[in-house]
Design a protein around this ligand. Structure first.
Ligand code: PMP
Ligand code: GLU
Length: 397
């Protein structure tokens, strides 16, 4: 009998990865698709990082590493957190995993019991809700609006808290909206959390290095909640290392130890070679990251200028990450060749088939009026993509 567990049957596919695959399948058929679906930097991993990986192979770093990662990598992360973020985490408080997604999964599995509530701010990244579901937790969604730059207020968070609330998930810079919380905004949220000692904050900071407004601000900086914050980060975005699969969390010892136990049963330590490459990334020259940040900023400006020329697209100005997340509801109810565009799913598919541009429907992010476009691709492709999008949207009646 072909029967998967209820747990997996109830799980949704990752829409970001599904759309990326769909786009690649069409490309393989010879169709000229511009893929703005998945979010990953389009730059090659820096040379010094690749060299470190080659050296690691030659030096026979080919055995299991300690479950939470090699001591030198955990030390490098501890120093990075002190120097870049002014956060005091010892290496013992750091667990290295197979990407930030895995770190998030470890953290959620570690702190959530069945029925526990997790506050998630919509629009949210696709995997949060599904990971909470796997842990049999209950997500409590707070909706935000484009007018407020998709940011939640302390009052909204306060109102969502119940005696069952166990965690708050926050992502800044945000995927999918590109919003970046200021220090004051984070402090306002931290003051609410301070009053509720059972709540743990999961702070997803994977886009730390793709920030156009200056210094990265972590909610872990507030001493009065520090003991209840888990920082999630990794090398995927800041060093263009998505395929290397290295992420990490920094947390109070009791949480780090529990994640270590879980990881020891589930996956063991992450790739030995990728860990050595990550040491080079984290301790090495940062000019690559600075240049990449500049390129994303330029592309953000380029894309926003082109979007302003498309009547009906409502936009916020993203201040980090590499996504734009326009409200496209103006186009819902319009028709193309007799077929009605009912929602963002229909519109995203229409753009794929008519403009040959892949995007991700906002539905996957808890914002059914929006569509996400990643601008992590060349300026030329972006120009062509938005020309095609504009032309296709003009066909809608
Ligand atoms: N959090 C967010 C908000 C992301 O966009 C991503 C990238 N998909 C991740 C976590 C996971 O990153 P990684 O590739 O390191 O697993
Ligand atoms: N950060 C990417 C995205 O949101 C990667 C895809 C994923 O890991 O789901 O598109």
């Amino acid at each position: 009998m072909e029967k998967v567990s209820k747990r997996i049957a109830a799980l949704a596919d990752s829409q970001t990865l599904a759309m990326n695959q769909k786009s690649k399948d069409l490309e393989a058929q010879g169709i000229d698709i511009i893929n703005l679906s998945v979010g990953e930097p389009d730059f090659f991993t820096p040379e010094h990082v690749k060299e470190a990986a080659k050296k690691a192979i030659d030096a026979n770093y080919t055995f299991y590493s300690p479950v939470p990662g090699y001591p030198d990598l955990r030390k490098a992360i501890s120093v990075k957190l002190k120097e870049e973020n002014n956060l005091n985490y010892s290496p013992a408080q750091i667990v290295v995993s197979n990407g930030a997604k895995h770190s998030l999964a470890n953290a959620i599995m570690t702190i959530i019991d069945p029925g526990d509530e997790v506050i998630v701010l919509a629009p949210y990244w696709v995997s949060y809700v599904e990971l909470v579901k796997l842990a049999e937790g209950k997500t409590v969604i707070i909706n935000t609006s484009i007018e407020n730059d998709f940011k939640a207020t302390p009052a909204q968070i306060e109102a969502a808290i119940t005696p069952r609330t166990r965690a708050l998930l926050i992502c800044s810079p945000s995927n999918p909206t590109g919003s970046v919380y200021t220090r004051d905004e984070l402090e306002g949220i931290a003051r609410v959390i301070e009053k509720h000692p059972n709540i743990i904050v999961l702070s997803d900071e994977i886009y730390e290095h793709i920030n156009f407004v200056g210094k990265h601000e972590s909610i872990a900086q507030f001493d009065f909640i520090f003991e209840r914050v888990i920082v999630i980060n990794g090398v995927s975005k800041g060093y263009s290392m998505t395929g290397w699969r290295i992420g990490y969390l920094a947390a109070p010892c009791w949480i780090a130890n529990a994640c270590n136990k879980l990881q020891g049963q589930f996956t063991s330590g992450p790739s030995s070679i990728a860990q050595k490459a990550s040491v080079a990334a984290i301790t090495g020259d940062k000019s690559f990251t600075r240049e990449m940040n500049k390129a994303f900023r330029r592309r953000r400006d380029l894309v926003i200028d082109m979007m302003k020329e498309i009547p009906g697209m409502k936009i916020n100005i993203p201040q980090g990450a590499f996504y734009v997340f326009p409200d496209m509801s103006y186009f819902f109810g319009k028709t193309f060749q007799g077929k009605k565009i009912e929602n963002a799913d229909d519109l995203s598919l229409f753009l794929l088939s008519e403009a040959h541009v892949a995007s991700v429907s906002g539905d996957a992010f808890g914002a059914p009026e929006c569509i996400r476009f990643s601008y992590a691709t060349s300026d030329d492709k972006l120009r062509e993509a938005f020309k095609r999008i504009k032309r296709s949207l003009e066909l809608l009646q």
